[in-house]
Design a protein around this ligand. Structure first.
Ligand SMILES: Nc1ncnc2c1ncn2[C@@H]1O[C@H](COP(=O)(O)OP(=O)(O)OP(=O)(O)O)[C@@H](O)[C@H]1O
Length: 296
């Protein structure tokens, strides 16, 4: 049996703007049906990568294949298989939410039901409202609806939940889970690490134009970075210990103090903790400053 070709394949991708190196040899695959989270600080190169894959930007060198096609040469048939939610949208029109979605749905061969999509993004009450009258978060939901209405095989989500209230973000996660269940491949960029942990099967961390780590959400940062931390206080002050067996340590502390130690806390590092340590260790800002000085 042959393994199906990945939906996204990137090899040694480079992008320069004048002297500035925005992407410096990035390689990764995204398998069919997988949700891949591309993480990284501001200016790391996430949008540049995603826009090259969407066919909106040309690469300087390297290889890229999206649904088996070089994005620099993707035609309308190829575009119709993609769903795109850009980082910032121009959706501020004079038409209603429903009109706009129905119009977009008409571009695709097998669109989703417009009213179901409106309900899935929580805009049923606003279906007949003009887009320009919506709040920022509601407009962002329209962007997401427009990205999924064409029933894409591959969905690009560039910071999709910026401006969403916490409840809307959770509703959005449910929508993405249902798309995942249907087999949609998803490339997500987000600064919300809990969002990446909730939705991502794998993640790549990009900093200063280089992929500094890649793996399943649990693998990012390596096993050592996930070792739990136990904190407590006693008459000698505050203590903390990292241990792979927090339950044994807590049991020992209970035995020694004859009850629960003061300020007892057992914390497993979150993806956000691990990510912040990774990016700090990489010293992204230094590299960016070096590049800036070089280009001045
Ligand atoms: N058209 C351009 N001309 C010059 N430099 C650019 C251009 N577009 C992007 N850059 C630079 O390339 C780098 C990567 O930008 P990119 O938008 O890909 O970052 P990002 O990871 O998406 O950041 P953010 O999280 O802020 O959206 C940045 O330093 C940015 O200033």
């Amino acid at each position: 049996m042959t393994t199906p070709e990945p939906h996204v394949r990137v090899r040694d991708l480079r992008k320069t703007y004048g002297n500035f190196v925005a992407l410096d040899g990035v390689s990764f695959d995204i398998e069919r049906g997988e949700t891949f989270a591309l993480l990284g600080p501001n200016g790391a190169g996430k949008s540049t990568t995603i826009e090259i894959l969407e066919g909106y930007r040309d690469r300087s060198s390297g290889e890229a294949s999206v649904l088996g096609v070089d994005p620099q040469h993707g035609g309308l048939d190829w575009k119709a298989r993609l769903g795109i939610v850009l980082q910032s949208s121009g959706e501020s029109g004079n038409v209603t939410v429903r009109e706009q979605l129905a119009h977009f749905a008409g571009f695709y061969p097998h669109p989703r039901d417009v009213d179901e999509v409106i309900a899935a993004v929580g805009l049923t009450d606003k279906a007949k409202s003009r887009i320009k009258s919506l709040s920022g978060g509601q407009r962002r939901r329209v962007d997401v609806a427009l990205g999924v209405v064409g029933r894409p095989e591959l969905l690009f989500l560039d910071e999709p939940t910026t401006g969403f209230d916490p409840e809307a973000r959770r509703e959005f996660w449910e929508l993405i889970r249902s798309l995942k269940r249907e087999g949609t491949t998803i490339l997500l960029t987000t600064h919300y690490l809990d969002e990446a942990a909730q939705l991502g099967d794998r993640a790549g961390v990009i900093a200063g134009g280089t992929l500094i780590d890649i793996g399943t959400i649990d693998e990012i940062g390596g096993a050592d970075s996930r070792i739990p931390l136990v904190r407590w206080r006693d008459e000698n002050g505050q203590h903390e210990e990292r241990t792979t067996e927090p339950a044994s340590l807590v049991a020992r502390l209970f035995a020694a103090t004859g009850g629960e130690p003061a300020g007892l806390e057992v914390r497993r590092p979150s993806l956000e903790d691990v990510y912040l340590a990774l990016v700090a260790a990489h010293g992204t800002n230094d590299k960016t400053m070096d590049q800036l000085e070089h280009s001045l």
